[in-house]
Design a protein around this ligand. Structure first.
Ligand SMILES: *[C@@H]1O[C@H](CO)[C@@H](O)[C@H](O)[C@H]1NC(C)=O
Ligand SMILES: *[C@@H]1O[C@H](CO)[C@@H](O)[C@H](O)[C@H]1NC(C)=O
Ligand SMILES: *[C@@H]1O[C@H](CO)[C@@H](O)[C@H](O)[C@H]1NC(C)=O
Ligand SMILES: *[C@@H]1O[C@H](CO)[C@@H](O)[C@H](O)[C@H]1NC(C)=O
Length: 397
């Protein structure tokens, strides 16, 4: 059992949320995408789009965009949203938004110069041929890989390369000695591990399973064989104990214990492992969407791995931004909304505005401030806060 396997980099893309720091990221819960289809579409279009659509439960924390307004999920519990995603082997087309077959696993450039007919099945266009890595490359008379084209249309290999036996349309590197187990010839006279295998100190090239197999053995690339008594749940490739937990991004050690992958921490509400970030994102100012990667809430911006409140105007030499659009002046942190701090205790307002308790206001808006009971409550709280801040400033030395 490996505990610290590499974090799996799956093909899932996190699709643009407003304010998203990263566009692409490591896998967490598959596509998180707000599919917003137009109101008008024909029935046949609808049917077309419903093909290859699957449902998936995604922790609702990933949908929260504003601080202090948690999202209530519509999934199996309030901690999950049930969303539509493309089924395994399909991906969302950027333009049409349809779910189309995905060839990115089997073709390094996702079947460029070819047609991805079904998941992992890339058919090259005429005048292209699949090379040893699955990419569609030109054939003669345009070009041939590691060789050049004769006028009569055949491919002549450069020194150190031989013609591919099956297609006779491109050249592969030649190794004089035969390569070892799970190895292949990657350059003239040079063997290396085959794709999906990694060199180990004592066992040569060994298959890689990502995420690691849990209670199992990696027998081929991404193929786990479970130890006796352990199982694989549907659509998961990790061997674990039978359990009652979701345990995403981890595996069950026993009925009630989930072992999280590195970079993830167990969360009671979702009974799954959620990505971990540093304090200011993990506990308040943003959502941790992948290990060490925050998406900040509205009014906050990223500072390295942290999310900090954003103040449109400068808070001045003696102030700092303590909450979105709120400067705190001096040590007592007197609040100063829409103003800046011109000395330790003073909230200075833009020309034509007056300082009122915790904010700067145009004089004509002053009287409106106490109209609603909500606002009166706010100012009562704020006055108490200011009073304490003042007491602190006067007596706390
Ligand atoms: C649940 O909410 C998500 C996010 O708002 C939405 O995309 C999805 O369609 C909803 N699912 C159901 C089953 O209502
Ligand atoms: C094409 O031309 C090359 C070089 O002239 C020759 O060696 C080769 O046999 C020719 N192939 C065919 C199929 O005519
Ligand atoms: C679980 O959800 C509640 C709200 O329903 C929230 O207050 C609490 O912080 C959550 N706990 C964790 C560990 O996320
Ligand atoms: C003051 O700040 C609020 C947001 O806190 C903003 O809506 C408003 O436009 C600002 N007023 C001025 C005069 O800048």
């Amino acid at each position: 059992m490996q505990f610290s396997g590499p974090l799996a980099v799956l093909t899932a893309l996190l699709v643009a949320f407003p304010g998203l720091i990263v566009a692409a990221s490591t896998e967490l819960y598959g596509d998180i995408e707000n599919s917003e289809y137009g109101d008008f579409e024909s029935l046949s279009q609808t049917r077309e789009r419903q093909q290859h659509l699957c449902h998936r439960e995604v922790p609702t924390v990933f949908f929260q965009t504003e601080k202090d307004s948690p999202v209530r999920g519509n999934g199996s519990t309030i901690y999950y949203h049930r969303i539509e995603v493309c089924c395994v082997g399909y991906r969302r087309d950027v333009y049409s938004k349809d779910c189309v077959p995905d060839c990115s696993e089997s073709s390094p450039d996702n079947c460029r110069n070819g047609f991805c007919r079904s998941p992992g099945n890339c058919e090259c266009f005429a005048e292209f041929v699949r090379n040893e890595y699955g990419a569609c490359i030109h054939t003669c008379p345009i070009a041939c890989q590691n060789g050049r084209c004769y006028l009569n249309g055949t491919c002549a290999c450069h020194q150190g390369f031989v013609l591919d036996q099956d297609t006779r349309q491109f050249c592969r590197p030649q190794c004089s000695q035969s390569c070892g187990t799970h190895e292949e010839c990657v350059a003239p006279g040079q063997c290396d591990c085959s794709p999906g295998y990694r060199r180990t100190a004592d066992l040569g090239c060994q298959p890689v399973c990502a995420p690691d197999c849990g209670f199992g053995k990696c027998v081929a690339p991404n193929q786990c064989e479970c130890f006796a008594g352990f199982i694989k749940r549907p659509n998961r490739n990790v061997c674990e104990a039978e359990c009652y937990l979701n345990c995403e991004n981890g595996f069950c050690e026993s009925r009630y214990k989930c072992h999280c992958r590195e970079g993830y921490r167990y969360n009671e509400n979702t009974t799954s492992c959620l990505p971990e970030c540093t304090d200011n994102c993990g506990q308040g100012n943003g959502v941790c969407i992948a290990p060490g990667v925050c998406r900040c809430f509205g009014g906050y911006e990223a500072h390295g791995a942290d999310c900090r409140p954003k103040c449109e105007r400068s808070c001045g030499k003696y102030g700092r931004c303590v909450a979105p659009e709120i400067c705190g002046c001096g040590q007592g942190q007197q609040h100063c909304r829409n103003g800046s701090c011109d000395d330790v205790e003073h909230c200075s307002c833009p020309a034509g505005e007056t300082h009122f308790i915790d904010r700067c206001l145009k004089p004509e808006h002053l009287s409106q401030q106490l109209y609603t009971s909500e606002k009166r409550k706010h100012f009562n709280r704020q006055l108490a806060y200011e009073f304490n801040a003042l007491i602190g400033r006067l007596f706390d030395f």
